[in-house]
Design a protein around this ligand. Sequence first.
Ligand SMILES: *Cc1c(COP(=O)(O)O)cnc(C)c1O
Length: 399
Amino acid sequence: MTQTATVMDPLVTRMREFGTTIFAEMSALAVRTGAVNLGQGFPDTDGPPEMLEAAAAALRAGRNQYPPGPGIPELRAAIAAHQRRFWALDYDPDGEVLVTAGATEAIAAAVLALCEPGAEVVCFEPYYDSYAAGIALAGGVRRPVTLRPGPDGRYGFDPDELRAAFGPRTRLVLLNSPHNPTGKVFDRDELTLIASLCQEYDVPVVTDEVYEHLVFTDAAAPHIPLATLPGMRDRTLRVSSAGKTFSCTGWKVGWVSGPAPLVSAVTRVKQFLTYVNGAPLQPAVAVALGLGDDYYAAFTADLQAKRDLLAAGLTDAGFTVQRSEGTYFITVDIAPVGGHDGIDFCRALPTAAGVVAVPTQVFYDHVEAGRRLVRFAFCKRPEILREAATRLRHATFAS
Ligand SMILES: *Cc1c(COP(=O)(O)O)cnc(C)c1O
């Protein structure tokens, strides 16, 4: 037996690259400096009143014990109906739909269920931070393909780089569209290439579609679920969640839909992570999913107006503003205002401008590609966005 004389880091090796998230550091900075926090992506208004009332009623009606493992039947039925209504996708609520503790658990459980240690997972960078951690927990290896701002301000990728990321050890693809943090919406040609590679290498794909209702009218493409492409339904696990669509990010009610064998594999892992969650919230999310088209249209229009408000402020402040086609986010290049490194820039921004943002380089393996890119969240009340815009316009950025 080895004796440890010094204090060792008790954390398993595979998780050591993950420190405190950048969101925690930047949110603490916002609190300390009184800055406007456009770092973390959560709305500062509540979701639909019908949903909130339904949650309160369910809680008072005693729906406070463990719900069924796969989720309550009325929510699974609502999830299936919602996908039929918006995307013409048919899933059997019994066996092809699983309710999870947010999209985060759905993704983690899917990666843990489908990846053996050493398996490679193809994803795009910048990636949502839980992807890298989920792959690491499974002992997998990430193979990120870089999204880069193109001449039209839209992020894109090199098809050859995507082809080269696939190989004999590829076991899974993780795709997020609409994409956080870039605001990119993958178009049909891009999705067709991804689909053909998944088929050629015979691998399943997890699609993170939490922003499925946040694609703006000037996007290059509408939202196209990968599962709707020929041959893709049977290898796709579609993930979504109530948090973004119904402005309740703290509820953590998500779901995954797909062919029964894949959903069953995810269920077998998920049951030992949380088993179940959010009993009184589940009937409320079922109510929200069934809201009329007017709710969804107003929600998208509201966020688009907020994007426009912030985009104008960022342009006036001198940044190169990349196109945001969807999500809660917009990214900028800081070079025109004298910025060289997003991390340094974001650490100084609360003092320089009284605003908090997030450097997206922390979501890349190829850090250089994201060195000067910074993300701002626009899911805030107009007066907050106006205040941030004013502050940024009057800021002097150190070079
Ligand atoms: C917010 C977000 C999630 C997490 O969703 P939860 O339902 O809160 O777990 C997952 N993926 C992306 C891209 C997100 O932005």
